[in-house]
Design a protein around this ligand. Structure first.
Ligand code: ATP
Length: 583
């Protein structure tokens, strides 16, 4: 029952809901005891011939009022207890999402998206169940169970109650065991089904590749295996599900047999009346749910506890990059001075950034080139503070980058990553993603600067065209340019294009670079590129290799030299149009 202690912070917060909910359950438990008493009275008075119309009417009206109050109370407890449990789920989900949003990419590398999704769905649901159904089961088992027992003992008879209830412990144990089995088999079937869903999605998405490689037969065979697995796991659930009701019924029937045999003897001996025996039957029925609830409660609580701990473990992970005390509440501006002696990823054996020094002034464009894996994106990541753990310093304006408030710091940047991502929303909303209050004019202006305006106008629904699975299929170049427009709309202090022009043709690239020159004449622009045409105009170009700067200068100097830059430039010139290099 530790989970209730762990959830006490929330229960205190929702004290009123839980008190009203449990009070309503208590009222229902007591009111449920009245109809059997009324029925017993009617039967006994009828048997004795003392029942008057007046008494009958009074009792019937009493039954109606009783039923109406129970109806209202059922409404109240559902709203109060289930309402509170849904608020808990909402609160935890929101906190979890906020927590995920603060995490650095290494966190998402360690925790697979599927697992995080499972925490955000299954685990939260299990905790919500404890705060909702768990509380109901606990309260019902205690209040209804005890009050029904008291009524059986005091309104009917202690001996009859004890004998009738001999099989009840088996019901509690049976319910507990079966619900555990039901849960595990059901979840295995659910997991298999969700694997099948993922598999179907991947197969459909990859159908072109499958066809091109002539792998249809193999795909179908492996799909068949997967469906067979779902079938087997569903079938494993069936016997437990099918066994549940009969088990309960058998135990209830044994209770009835004991009740009728003992009851009949006791009526004969005038120890109980016919009416009391009838009431006992009703009480027996009233006792079934609390006994089952007691059995279910154990599993719900156990699952909720494990889930709560799993969620808590995620909350305990602190973000790698955090605000320092008294972080500077200012959007940085000014020179960027990068001086990193050593940076390694957790699993790197040698430095990924190795004694890299450069500085960029506002107005300037910095070009970064180098072989794949040279450390270009890592350098950008350090500038964007994906990690603050490196040897050396990075200054932006008057202060080192780590001293700025993270939110403020990021406002200085417009970043177009290599693997840009567009959301399933309209093109206009994708462009105004970083500035939700941007006018349509601003959106269009940014799209024009990114040379994608005409493409967008060409779609039937223009800027309102939906992107994503159910939307238009955009080409790689269109996606890149929309992502550039999104960054340009912010008019950031620093614009970073990380290999973001790779999918556009030479002419479009030239147009985009010309507009950048025009609108970013007093701000910093950093361009990482494989095609030198994209950085030709830069005020400063650095060439990276194995985490180090191997050459630096302006294009004309580097192209006239005899280093790697000159070699690749000649190659790119030979293959007119600027072929990218992968050497
Ligand atoms: N998250 C990471 N964890 C561990 N190693 C990484 C991570 N990201 C990159 N690396 C490694 O760091 C090195 C530099 O990678 P980086 O992405 O910075 O190179 P790059 O110059 O941008 O390459 P490309 O031109 O292909 O984009 C590579 O060896 C890469 O495998």
């Amino acid at each position: 029952m530790k989970i209730f202690i762990k959830l006490s912070w929330f229960m205190k917060q929702e004290k009123a809901s839980y008190i009203w909910g449990i009070l309503s359950l208590a009222v229902i438990a007591v009111l449920n005891l009245i109809p059997p008493m009324i029925t017993a009275t009617i039967i006994d008075e009828m048997t004795n011939g003392t029942l008057t119309v007046q008494t009958l009417l009074l009792l019937v009206v009493g039954l109606f009022i009783n039923a109406a109050i129970i109806f209202a109370m059922r409404y109240v407890w559902r709203i109060c207890i289930f309402g509170a449990s849904f608020r808990l789920e909402r609160l935890l989900r929101l906190r979890l999402f906020e927590h995920f949003a603060k995490m650095s990419p290494s966190f998402f590398k360690e925790n697979r998206v599927g697992d995080l999704m499972a925490h955000a769905t299954n685990d939260l649901k299990s905790v919500q169940r404890v705060a909702g159904i768990g509380v109901l089961q606990g309260a019902d088992a205690l209040i209804s169970g005890l009050s029904t027992l008291v009524a059986m003992i005091f309104f009917v008879d202690l001996k009859l109650t004890l004998i009738t209830l001999i099989p009840m412990p088996f019901m509690i144990i049976g319910a507990q065991m079966l619900s555990k089995k039901l849960h595990t088999t059901f979840h295995k079937a659910q997991d298999a089904f969700s694997n099948l869903n993922n598999r179907t999605l991947e197969s459909i998405n990859g159908i072109k590749v499958t066809k091109t490689f002539g792998q249809e037969k193999e795909e179908v065979a492996s799909f068949k295996e997967e469906t067979q697995d779902v079938y087997k796991k569903n079938m494993a659930y069936v016997p437990w599900d099918a066994g549940f009701d009969p088990l309960i019924e058998i135990i209830v029937v044994i209770c009835y047999i004991l009740l009728f045999i003992t009851g009949a003897t006791m009526i004969e001996n005038h120890q109980v009346s016919v009416g009391q025996l009838t009431a006992m039957v009703s009480y027996m029925n009233l006792l079934i749910w609390p006994m089952l609830a007691l059995g279910f409660l154990y599993n719900n609580v156990e699952r909720g506890n494990v889930s709560y701990d799993r969620i808590q473990k995620l909350f305990d992970v602190t973000p790698e990059v955090r605000n320092v005390k008294n972080a500077i509440q200012q959007v940085p501006t000014g020179d960027i001075t990068f001086d990193v002696q050593d940076f390694r990823y957790e699993d790197s054996t040698s430095p990924v950034i190795d004694h890299v020094q450069f500085s960029v002034k506002p107005k300037e464009t910095l070009g970064i080139v180098g072989k794949t894996g040279a450390g270009k994106t890592t350098l950008i990541k350090l500038l964007l503070r994906e990690s603050d753990s490196f040897k050396g310093s990075i200054y932006f304006g008057d202060y080192e980058t780590y001293r700025y408030d993270l939110g403020m710091y990021h406002q200085a940047f417009g970043y177009v990553p290599q693997d840009q991502f567009l959301f399933s929303m309209s093109i206009a909303d994708n462009i105004r993603f970083g500035k939700s209050d941007a006018t349509m004019e601003e959106v269009k202006q940014a799209a024009k600067l990114a040379s994608v305006h005409e493409d967008i106008e060409g779609f039937a629904e223009g800027y309102e065209t939906m992107v994503g699975e159910r939307g238009v299929s955009l080409s790689g170049g269109q996606k890149q340019r929309i992502a550039i427009a999104r960054a340009l709309l912010l008019d950031p202090e620093v614009l970073i294009l990380d290999d973001s022009l790779s999918a556009v043709d030479a002419k479009t690239e030239e147009r985009i670079l010309a507009s950048l020159k025009e609108v970013r004449n007093n701000k910093t622009t950093i361009i990482v590129a494989h095609r030198f045409s994209a950085i030709k105009h830069a005020n400063q170009i650095i060439v990276m290799d194995q985490g180090k700067i191997t050459e630096r200068g302006i294009h004309d100097q580097l192209a006239a030299g005899n280093g790697w830059y000159a070699e690749i430039y000649k190659l790119q010139e030979t293959y007119q149009g600027g072929t990218s290099y992968e050497s």
